[in-house]
Ligand binder design. Structure first.
Ligand code: ADP
Ligand code: MG
Length: 826
């Protein structure tokens, strides 16, 4: 295959890894194609193929990521058809060398449990997507009309719009621009500067259509506005020559470019000056597109719909709230969000619409919380003497933070209402023991408690811990505490089922098996979920459903900034263990450049010689052709043969079958290997006190919060531990970002930074971000979240069921919101 096509392949792969963010190459795919055309021609790639590539990817920037994926796949298939595929197995752009981290971050993914009607989130399955716009009671029925009522939209165009999730006129109102081009600066040609985004108005002096090669053409137009003249070109749009005539006025908008030392514009937006200006001379909306829907066409349709319907939409916010919040009225906000008069108005409009989203979410979670609080639950007491006994049995003294959290939990247990609490604490802060005492209190009254962990190795670890903490004098009998995981022999499972059903087992620890297995409990009164972000809503609900209103405790080591906690877990009470047990030494953290790697290896050697163990983490499972980062599989092979010859290494990554993963982990835990070479699958709370080095390769590929979690795998024993970060390059700003880890070991602070730097989608890693499918709101906007929370609380305090007349529209909007399956977070 020609070099130019190979290059495309690599870029496509990288783009796929990056979830089609159009940043695989500097300046984006479209820009890259300009240079690529020449390379391809020099490579003798046939002209039709070049044309196919450039035309299919011409709108790449404007496409939503899932359509970008389609476009790239189409192009790649086309290339394969044409030239055959010498490396078919490895060659498809969507091949296996994706970093594990991004595997989760599917675009627009939503947990299936949330939307039972919707099939898997493939583009082809989007048909079932419910309308975009929140239907407001009293809203004109016209908004539910299909897009075909618009002049110029027939069944074909309607189908194309459906691909964007736009079915009705109301959906159009809520189909917001992806970005805006500020062409509001009308500039004389003499004043143009390279790189400016401008609008010019001038007279066409000449129009020339130059066919370049087969299928290709350049339309060249000279425009003069009295101050000067500018040459403007359109590539491969021969019809432009028919649209434009010398002597006519024209409005042009775009970026000022440079060609052979002269200023120019290529493919600018244009229109005639006698019409209302939509594409030029204003802040121009740029909409997300699907294939076959053109920007100009859509903009025109949007203009008509917005102008007519926005003023006719009732505002769900009651007047009192409008004036208390000072947000822009809905009609203005919709108009300004699509066709802003100024940047200030645009910001205000987006704030208003974001506020709506956050307010609805907060109303939903607060009402949810109320509903839970309205339910009854069995009371569990922890009499002083008993509690003292339990605490005295522990091999250590509880930290003050543990005591406070425990007090919260015990209060919940004895409240007569079901506990609904998130226990948050940095890795190693000691959440398990707090949960254990609560489970003991439940068992003490002969009821049952279940602890669910995401992997069997973690479940085993918890089981061992609980055995130490709970079994013995003043505690449980050994047979009252059991472990059930996937690999538990069927005969033993049988027995456990039986004993759970008869109530002989008081505390059970397990994995998903707890919910997948037809287990029945005699009296399940408390459910504890560890590393809750590893479970879907459905799984948590399934375990909870095995009891009647059991107390629910979810635990997480992911430090969640307050704004996020309020949105993600707004329906849960929050306890935080904000300190580590005493005597822990801070992990010594260092940033090394790739050429200093040998120092890291030396350190690992030294530690291993002293009897300790090391983790080495890579961002990729296997080598990618783009060679962007090192990978676990190749590096394990290399290290075993070279640097660490003679040591025992184990390999662990996400594509191994789960029993093999567990085996590798167990071997490392049992000190049968000294070095664990892994991807981020080891992230979850495994406790291996003997491990003292965490080496993270390609550290720039990870978020701060994730790096902090990885670092938390070491420093759990008495020895000094080390965390070494090696970025894959010498990118200064990236390495600056990583320095935050050297400066603090405060997980919350790092999480806050991470959220600001990378946004919530990256921060949460897929699954959870999917819940919060905001159109305009951002989880990093803590102030707006707080504001929404405050007003939601006030509204509900005054009118708990939103029954008052002035809240009718809001109540209806909320009802619709809940019907769409949103707002059910835990
Ligand atoms: P995490 O919050 O990450 O789940 P664990 O519950 O696994 O943390 O506890 C980490 C380690 O710290 C365990 O080995 C546990 O026994 C120990 N530990 C917990 N609380 C204390 C304490 N107050 N003092 C000393 N060690 C503690
Ligand atoms: Mg834990």
């Amino acid at each position: 295959m020609q070099a130019s096509l190979n290059k495309l392949n690599k870029i496509f792969q990288l783009e796929a890894q990056r979830q089609y963010d159009n940043r695989a190459v500097m300046g984006g795919i479209e820009k890259m194609l300009r240079g690529w055309e020449a390379e391809a021609r020099a490579d003798d790639v046939n002209e039709q193929l070049i044309n196919a590539v450039t035309s299919q990817l011409r709108n790449y920037e404007d496409l939503e990521p899932e359509y970008r994926a389609i476009a790239i796949n189409n192009v790649w298939q086309r290339i394969q058809r044409e030239v055959g595929d010498p490396n078919r197995k490895a060659g498809s752009p969507k091949n296996k060398t994706q970093p594990e981290r991004t595997k989760l971050i599917r675009i627009k993914e939503r947990p299936v449990a949330q939307r039972p009607k919707e099939a898997a989130p493939k583009p082809a399955a989007r048909k079932a997507k419910p309308p975009k716009h929140p239907r407001v009671e009293g809203a004109p029925m016209g908004l539910d009309a299909p897009t075909t009522v618009l002049n110029g939209v027939g069944t074909v165009n309607a189908k194309r719009l459906e691909k964007l999730g736009v079915y009705t006129l109301g959906d159009m109102l809520y189909h917001f621009p992806r970005r805006y081009d500020d062409f509001s600066q009308l500039t004389p040609i003499a004043g143009l500067m390279y790189g400016n985004e401008v609008t010019i108005i001038g007279t066409i002096r000449s129009v020339a259509n130059r066919p370049v090669k087969a299928n290709r053409s350049i339309v060249e137009v000279l425009v003069d506005d009295g101050s000067g003249a500018l040459r403007v070109t359109w590539f491969n749009q021969p019809w432009m020559a028919r649209n434009l005539k010398a002597g006519e006025e024209i409005v042009l908008a775009g970026r000022v470019d440079q060609f052979q030392g002269r200023l120019t514009m290529s493919n600018p937006e244009w229109e005639l000056p006698d019409k209302e200006q939509l594409h030029t001379n204003r802040i121009v909306p740029v909409y997300p597109l699907s294939a076959d829907v053109g920007q100009r066409w859509l903009r025109g349709m949007m203009k008509r719909v917005v102008a007519y319907w926005a003023p006719r939409l009732p505002d769900p916010l009651p007047p009192a709230l409008l004036s208390a919040t000072g947000v822009m009225p809905l009609a203005d906000a919709l108009q300004q969000a699509h066709f802003p008069d100024s940047n200030e108005k645009l910001q205000a409009a987006r704030q208003r619409l974001a506020f709506d989203e956050l307010l609805l979410l907060q109303l939903a979670v607060l009402i949810q919380k109320k509903a839970w609080q309205g339910q009854k639950a069995t009371r569990f007491e922890a009499p002083r003497a008993w509690l003292d006994q339990q605490i005295a049995r522990l091999p250590f003294a509880l930290t003050a933070a543990q005591v406070t959290a425990l007090a919260d939990l015990l209060r919940d247990l004895n409240s007569g209402r079901p506990m609904n609490r998130l226990l948050q604490g940095d890795v190693g802060s000691g959440k398990t023991v707090v949960a254990a005492i609560c489970m003991a209190a439940v068992a003490r009254q002969s009821a049952q408690a279940a602890l669910m962990a995401p992997t069997s190795i973690l479940a085993e670890q918890h089981y061992t811990t609980l055995q130490k903490l709970l079994v013995g004098a003043h505690g449980l009998r050994a047979e009252e505490l059991r472990l059930i995981v996937g690999s538990t022999p069927e005969s033993e499972k049988q027995e456990i089922r039986q004993d759970l059903h008869e109530g002989k087992i008081k505390v059970v620890v397990g994995t998903h098996t707890l919910i997948e297995d037809p287990i029945l409990f005699a009296e399940l009164e408390m459910v504890v979920i560890d590393e809750q972000h590893r479970f879907g809503v459905g799984q948590r609900a399934a375990l909870r459903a095995k009891g009647t209103n059991p107390h629910l405790l979810v635990m997480t080591a992911t430090p969640i900034p307050r704004s996020l906690a309020l949105t993600l877990y707004g329906d849960l009470d929050l306890s935080v263990i904000g300190e580590l047990p005493p005597g822990r030494r801070e992990v010594s953290t260092q940033l090394m450049l790739p050429n200093e790697r040998q120092r890291a290896y030396d350190l690992i050697r030294r530690e291993v010689d002293a009897g300790r163990q090391a983790f080495i983490i890579y961002p990729l499972i296997e080598e990618s052709e783009t060679g962007q980062a090192l990978s676990a599989v190749e590096e394990e092979k290399r290290l075993k043969k070279t640097v660490f010859a003679g040591l025992k290494l184990k390999l662990l990554h996400g594509r191994m079958p789960s029993d093999e993963k567990e085996k590798a982990m167990a071997a490392f835990r049992d000190s049968k290997a000294q070095v664990l070479v892994s991807t981020t699958v080891i992230e979850v709370g495994v406790d291996i006190p003997n491990a003292s080095v965490m080496l993270i390769e390609g550290a720039d590929h990870f978020g701060l919060a994730q790096l902090h979690q990885l670092r938390g795998r070491v420093g759990r024993g008495a020895n000094q531990s080390y965390c070494i970060l090696i970025p894959s390059g010498e990118n200064a700003s990236e390495n600056e970002r990583l320095k935050a880890l050297l400066e603090t070991s405060d997980g919350f602070m790092l999480a806050e930074k991470d959220l600001q730097q990378r946004g919530p989608g990256q921060f949460l890693g897929g699954q959870q971000a999917g819940f919060l499918d905001f159109r305009l709101a951002s989880l990093s906007d803590g102030r707006l979240i707080d504001k929404a929370r405050r007003h939601a609380e006030e509204l509900l305090a005054a009118d708990p069921t939103l029954a008052n007349a002035e809240h009718r529209a809001l109540a209806a909007a909320l009802k619709q919101y809940l019907r769409d399956g949103k707002g059910d977070l835990s």
